[in-house]
Design a protein around this ligand. Structure first.
Ligand code: NAP
Ligand code: MN
Length: 268
């Protein structure tokens, strides 16, 4: 029989570490091989913690296409499918194939600097582009190659459907059903005066259109790019292209999962 390896990523709270211990014992008792690292035979990745632990696991393991499942020991747990008291049901349902995969699209930023170098960052929730300090930024934004607006304000956030319920929602962006394939561009404190004009609402773009961003340089201040919980600062970037990457994230979901019920239970 082939080795059925399940990789476990956890945050370091007491309840997560305790859950990991119990899960490890139960998995071994059911014929699985738990591991702390991604093995060649890993067939499932368990992330114990809150949504942050799931995001961290995905980034740390490099957006593999192996399915993830989250066990919520954290705060909100929007991505997380089960709680620590459902481990037996989880193992039974997984072993007997009673689950489906929810496919989530990611978003990618391709960054070019003035020396012709290029960098890529990928996010599951969102990519945020803002100033390095509290100065407003001026961003020339094109959609599908045509210049559309000169944004002035704190920055812009580009959310995936999966990330629409996170920072995007706090900014007044809309909640998007992850069965839709699109990106949402949400302004962060846009200025609207006779001096500066920017869209004040989110806009939605189809997956085959890329978004181009050329920051206007105020040489002293860099640009900060955030993907989920990770931050990068650039002093010399010349343009950013936001695209759909070929990477997707698969989350294991059980029979009771329904996106809009989850939204209701976590937000209302
Ligand atoms: P964090 O400070 O714990 O995250 C803030 C909250 O967002 C947490 O309650 C987290 O859930 C929740 N969250 C994460 N992804 C979500 C999603 N897809 N839908 C609904 N809620 C979600 O930091 P973190 O746990 O590392 O999460 C990083 C995320 O925080 C970023 O991707 C960004 O979206 C979000 N964020 C929000 C704001 C804001 O709302 N003003 C500002 C900065 C960042 P858990 O409690 O389960 O971790
Ligand atoms: Mn968190």
């Amino acid at each position: 029989m082939k080795n059925r390896v399940i990789t476990i990523h956890t945050n370091d709270t007491n309840v997560s570490l305790k859950t990991k211990k119990v899960l490890t014992r139960k998995l071994e008792g059911s014929g699985f091989i738990p591991s702390d690292v991604l093995e060649k035979e890993t067939e499932l990745i368990v992330c114990i913690g809150g949504d942050g632990a799931l995001l961290e696991g995905i980034h740390k393991l490099g957006f593999p296409d192996i399915p993830f499942i989250g066990i919520n020991t954290g705060h909100l747990g929007f991505f997380q499918e089960i709680s620590p008291n459902q481990l037996d049901d989880f193992i039974f349902n997984y072993k007997t194939g009673k689950y489906r995969l929810q496919t989530l699209s990611a978003v990618k930023a391709v960054i070019k600097n003035e020396h012709g170098e290029s960098f890529e960052h990928i996010g599951l929730n969102e990519i945020v582009i803002r100033g390095e300090d509290s100065h407003p930024v001026h961003l020339n934004i094109s959609i599908g190659g045509s210049f559309i607006e000169r944004f002035s304000g704190d920055g812009i956030l580009v959310a995936t459907p999966a990330g629409s319920t996170a920072y995007n929602y706090s900014l007044g962006g809309c909640i998007v059903d992850p069965r839709l394939t699109l990106i949402q561009v949400t302004p962060i404190a846009p200025m609207n005066t006779t001096a500066y004009r920017s869209f004040t609402s989110s806009i939605l773009l189809p997956s085959d259109l890329s978004l181009g961003i050329i920051p206007e340089y105020m040489k002293k201040h860099g640009i900060k790019i955030t993907t989920d919980h990770l931050e990068y600062t650039y002093q010399d970037l010349s343009n950013i292209s936001i695209q759909f990457p070929d990477k997707i994230v698969n989350l294991l979901r059980f029979e009771t999962y329904d996106f809009w019920n989850k939204v209701k239970s976590k937000f209302l």
